[in-house]
Structure formats: C-alpha cells, structure tokens
Design a protein around this ligand. Sequence first.
Ligand code: ZN
Ligand code: ZN
Length: 346
Amino acid sequence: MTAAPPASMIAALCDGPGAPLELREVETPKPGRGEVLVKLESCGVCHSDLHLRDGQENLPEEYYPVIFGHEGIGRVVQIGPDTPGAPAIGTRVGLPWLYETCLACKPCRSGWETYCESQTARGVQKNGAFAEYALSPAAFTIPIPDGIDPVKGGPLLCAGLTAWSALARAEVKPGSNVLIIGAGGLGQYAVMIARARGAQVFVIDMDPAKLNTAKALGADHIIPAGPDAGAAVKAAGGADVTVNFAPSPAVWSTIRDAVNPMSAVVAVAMVHEPVDLSMMWLIDGGHRVFGSSVGTRQDMIDFLDFAAKRPLPIDIQTLPLSQVNDALDRLKRGEVTGRLCIDFSL
Ligand SMILES: [Zn+2]
Ligand SMILES: [Zn+2]
C-alpha cells in the first residue's frame, strides 16, 4: 500500500477560450470504476495545447474550466474499484492524447480506435496532465518501458507517436525514398524513424535552422521550401512516401512535383483548406493519399519499445509547471526548435 494522495493538488486551468492558464489548488480527482490515478513526473507541451489555449479549437463552453496536457508521464498511485487489468501501483505510465474510445465500434474492434467516432481526448473533453495528478482509464493507460527518460520522454507520446504511425501506415521499407515536409518536432522524429527503417530521407522546410537540425539527425537531402522544391526532390530520386507535417495547402504542388509512380502520401498536418487533387493524377500514377492521426495503443507499445532501445536525440528543454504560459508563448513565437517539457520536480 502506498500513502493516499493528498486531498488537493496544483493544476493549470484554462477558464475559457483565449484565457491564459492559471495555477490553482483544486481537489485531487478520485479514480472511479475502470480508472487509475497517476502522479505526474512530466508532461510535454504541444502545439495543440497552444491552439486550445488560444481558443482556435472552438471548444464548447461547458468544457471549461479545463486542464490541458496530453504528453504526460507518471506513476500509478491509486486504482479505482472494480478495475481488473489495471497497471499495478507504482507502474510508470503514459497519458497520451487519446483518452478513451467506445471499444465496440468497427474501428475499435479492428484495432483502429483512433478512428472511433465517440472518442474523447485528454485535455479536451477530459482533464489532462498539466496538473500534479490526473485520471486515466486503465484500458488506455500504457506502461512506459525502463529505457524511456521519464522527464524528457513525454513528446514521444504525441509528436513521436504521430510520426511513427504515419510512417508505419505508409509501409516504409529499406531503400524507400521518404520525403518529410516540415522539420519541427514531428518532422524530426520522422527523420530518425525513417532512417532507422532504412529509408533515404529528403526534408523540405522554410527554415534553414530546422533543415540543419534535420541534417544532423540523419536526413540525406535537405531542400528549402519553394516553387522548385518538389522538382529538386524528383531530380534526386523522387519520393516513394511523402509525409506532410507543414500546415499549408501550398505543399500540394510540391508533393505532386516530387513523387514517384505508386507513391504514398500521408496527410498529418491540419490543413483546413482544400487542395487541387486530380483523379487523373491518382489513376495515372497509382498513388495512395490518406491521413494519419496520432496512433493506436498498439502503435504506442511498438513505438515505445523502439524508442527505449534507440534513443531519439531531440533537443528537449524542461521547465516548471509555473512557466507553462511562457512555454506556450515560446511555441507561438516559433522559438522552439525541439520540444518543451514540464518537469514536476522543478
Ligand atoms: Zn500533442
Ligand atoms: Zn469505437
């Protein structure tokens, strides 16, 4: 038995769209049936948290006040009643974006719970991990292997997992030419994962500093974004797989210029504007175009196993929970080349 958690905890609350996060003392939640309570060690700070704080996701009013944070790592300290199969007290676990799904629909039953139409997300419909303690459904609480750094590993649960799943869905094989568009945190994970899968990696970005980081992480070809970028990729061998992490519809013409016949194109960045996709281009080239959203629980298990054996050297800066708004502002100003993590021991 471990000591009962304290009755109250410090959490960063958002009271409404556009409101800065405020550190307040609130009641520590109690795990109900099927849930565990986790004491946080760390939580990564993600662009999605920034969009949520700044009110760009148009959350319904009844969701507030809400605690964001979906890259949490911590230890199970309490298990709810009637919760068979829960990770044991003391187990280090991850608290990712996907909070819970119905487990009954067709995507859920076939292992594709990320496409469940009644899913809930951590830090959106459910409180997240910018708090000393957080609840998590036992069936969606994945143990963190020993080889993962408990403070700097948080971004693996979102940025890393998203990159991993996109490349897995595109079936990247040794010798494939992989084009990664956008070399922020997700793109950097994708470079390392694609290299580890034996691919030749091309990276396009507007920012020369990010291109240099991609090169240092193993990219074979770095190409500045622009009207000739796709042709430059094609001239150097062309893309068999393209993963788009750049939130702009302008990338579509680059992709069209860059791809080889029978290529796979994976949409990951949230591009709301339509792009000019020709059915004749699909037919003549035999291309596959599809989307990928975070990752399933099985993807998470596979990816954490991979990352535990093969550290992914992303630049990660840590800061205390009291600086969470600063962290979001730095992301907003584009000052972060790697990722930021809240360290709850600071
Ligand atoms: Zn995220
Ligand atoms: Zn479902």
